[in-house]
Design a binder for this molecule. Structure first.
Ligand SMILES: NC(=O)c1ccc[n+]([C@@H]2O[C@H](COP(=O)([O-])OP(=O)(O)OC[C@H]3O[C@@H](n4cnc5c(N)ncnc54)[C@H](O)[C@@H]3O)[C@@H](O)[C@H]2O)c1
Ligand SMILES: O=C(O)C(=O)C[C@]1(C(=O)O)C=C[C@@H](O)C=C1
Length: 361
């Protein structure tokens, strides 16, 4: 692929454009808000100048409700050899396009399973898709050339291609993406009117559970309204668990010991099912979930602190698999939690202690 046109230069479009530009593709940027395309160009994602002729691939990265019309306009304008979109739902846009009577052989619906709770080009990064699944939903008539262009795009973005049927994709993301967004919003919504004395105690648990509750409601309304049935199916299972859990907790308040034991069993069963589900979440780069250990290091809030820890870990020959910072409320300090292979944990702890770091046991 030598040339591409990205239509919609928000978080996803600009992240794709940055990755393609970094790998030598000439990328043209377009957005219905010219200021947004200008920002993306200023970040090094490509040029605002329109292409002189058809590009190899047009990437449509606009909100789901605008996908069909934008793809149709691009196809009718003959802007590219192949067209793909990246919307979070796949069945609806395809059906809308079919209803428009368009020849869809040069179009492919895709969905990168990576994003952020922030929108717009300023949140974009070239490495957003590295190691993440990228779903491709070819139809019966999809041109091989377009499929190959899409595979090249995923490879240039260092993603992992996964071929799926559009409706199967929508059922899967109802479970792994759309319902989690709603659950996160529901937990966060409890905080809106909560007492300040409670909110100031927020620790890492609620931060993890509510991160995506900061997402753009406009975008999510589009996504949820395009996939209501499968999401309602998942939520109704969760509603059953919620109802049982409320009853179990009420039983725990009872003075009847048998009722109390029944409540404990029910809550324990839920927690164990949760452990089993969580253990199925794929690890880094889509690999099987790995059992790692965490080495927690006290850090003060000053420039270069993390760089020094990483350099010390590197000198000790330890590869850091992941890192998370737990910030202490009201203090200029926190804990850097370094995730490493179990065999490397004692080595890392000893090496960091030797270099003056304080390790939490
Ligand atoms: N945010 C995520 O985590 C995520 C992850 C994977 C896929 N997606 C999908 O990617 C697409 C883009 O999402 P985003 O997060 O980048 O949103 P965003 O709000 O950051 O960017 C969307 C951009 O599209 C532009 N736009 C809107 N309508 C347009 C039109 N008709 N023509 C041209 N430009 C138009 C907007 O001005 C905006 O710059 C959506 O379909 C979304 O479902 C999002
Ligand atoms: O991690 C986030 O913040 C996301 O928004 C990611 C996420 C997801 O649910 O995994 C959200 C919606 C997209 O369609 C794809 C990715």
């Amino acid at each position: 692929m030598r040339t591409a046109l990205v239509i919609g230069t928000g978080l996803i479009g600009t992240s794709i454009a940055l990755a393609l530009s970094a790998r030598g593709v000439t990328v043209h940027l377009s957005d219905h808000d010219p200021g947004t395309a200008r920002t993306a160009a200023a970040l090094g994602a490509g040029t605002e100048a329109p292409p002189e002729g058809p590009v190899d691939l047009a990437v449509i990265a606009v909100p789901p409700a605008h996908v069909a019309a934008t793809v149709a306009r691009a196809v009718r304008g003959g802007l590219a050899r192949g067209y793909l979109d990246v919307a979070s739902v796949k069945g609806g846009p395809r059906r809308e396009l079919e209803a428009l009577g368009l020849d869809l052989d040069s179009y492919l619906g895709t969905h990168p399973m990576s994003g952020k709770e922030r929108s717009g080009p300023l949140a974009a990064t070239a490495d957003l898709f590295e190691g993440r699944p990228w779903v491709l939903t070819p139809g019966r008539g999809t041109d091989t050339e377009v499929l190959n262009l899409a595979l090249e795009l995923v490879s240039l973005c260092r993603g992992v291609p996964v071929v799926m049927d559009a409706d199967a994709h929508d059922r899967a993301v109802a479970l792994v993406s759309h319902t989690p967004q709603l659950m996160s919003s529901m937990v966060a919504a409890r905080l809106r009117d909560a007492e300040e004395s409670a909110v100031r105690l927020c620790g890492q648990g609620i931060r993890d559970v509510t991160r995506i509750a900061a997402s753009d409601p406009g975008m999510w309304i589009d996504i949820l309204t395009a996939n209501p049935g499968p999401i309602a199916d998942v939520l109704s299972g969760i509603a059953g668990d919620l109802q049982d859990t409320v009853q179990a907790l009420r039983a725990l308040e009872s003075s009847d010991e048998d009722k109390r034991q029944g409540g404990v069993r029910l809550v324990e069963d839920l927690l164990r099912r949760g452990n089993a589900g969580r253990s199925r979440v794929p690890g880094k780069h889509g690999a099987a979930p790995a059992a790692y250990e965490v080495v927690a290091v006290f850090v003060t809030d000053r420039p270069g602190e993390l760089a020094r820890i990483f350099a010390d870990a590197g000198e000790a020959g330890v590869n850091i698999e992941d890192v998370r910072i737990e910030h202490a409320t009201g203090q200029q300090a926190g804990l850097a939690e370094l995730t490493v292979e179990p065999s490397a944990a004692p080595l890392l702890s000893a090496a960091l202690r030797e270099r003056g770091w304080s390790i939490r046991q």
